[in-house]
Design a protein around this ligand. Structure first.
Ligand SMILES: [Mg+2]
Ligand SMILES: [Zn+2]
Length: 187
């Protein structure tokens, strides 16, 4: 059996970077406060990092693949300045009603990432600002965190999948994960 390890599966918009109403190019890219500190902590814990994001703006024609690549190139460059990298970025480009297998909360992209990157989902952490991220994480069998950044504050009171934990932001999630791992005494 292939070797697997624990990962953090991160939503992008409203979780790692500022929520924009369809970020269309790198110029609107802003990391959320404390995002780098959170990623550093996850790495210090030996966790893998993968971004999984719904980008229906592609199918809507709001931006093209080139613009999306430019956004992710800049994001990777900013992380690299801090000695950080992402193990993968997975994107669903489809419309919500397209019936694809990859749009969160459908598990397609998470399962693909797990196969390609060797993720032990049952020991992993899913973090997002929407109920659909949480439903996705629950499908995958991970521990789920709803952050109050992005849409999170509104989503907290909305009906839908309930996260294991609700936290102010990614840094708080990382602190919780750190305590959790130390208590569990492995990984
Ligand atoms: Mg989001
Ligand atoms: Zn899709």
């Amino acid at each position: 059996m292939a070797l697997t390890r624990a990962f953090v599966l991160l939503d992008r918009d409203g979780t790692l970077i500022e929520e924009r109403d369809y970020l269309r190019g790198p110029d609107g890219l802003r990391l959320l406060p404390n995002a780098l500190a959170a990623l550093r902590r996850f790495r210090a814990l030996g966790l893998g990092l993968v971004l999984v994001t719904n980008q229906s703006g592609l199918a809507r024609g709001y931006f093209d693949q080139q613009a999306l690549d430019a956004i992710h190139e800049r994001l990777r460059a900013w992380l690299a300045r801090d000695g950080l990298h992402l193990d993968g970025i997975y994107v669903c480009p489809h419309l919500p009603d397209a019936g694809c297998a990859c749009r969160k909360p459908r598990p397609g992209l998470g399962l693909r990432a797990a196969t390609e990157l060797g993720i032990d989902l049952s020991r992993s952490f899913v973090i997002g600002d929407k109920r659909s991220d949480i439903a996705w994480g629950l499908h995958l069998g991970a521990m789920t965190f709803l952050v109050r950044t992005g849409h999170g504050a509104e989503e907290e009171g909305a009906p839908g999948a309930r996260a294991h934990h609700v936290v102010d932001d990614l840094l708080h999630a990382s602190e919780f994960v750190q305590r959790h791992i130390h208590q569990r005494g492995r990984m």
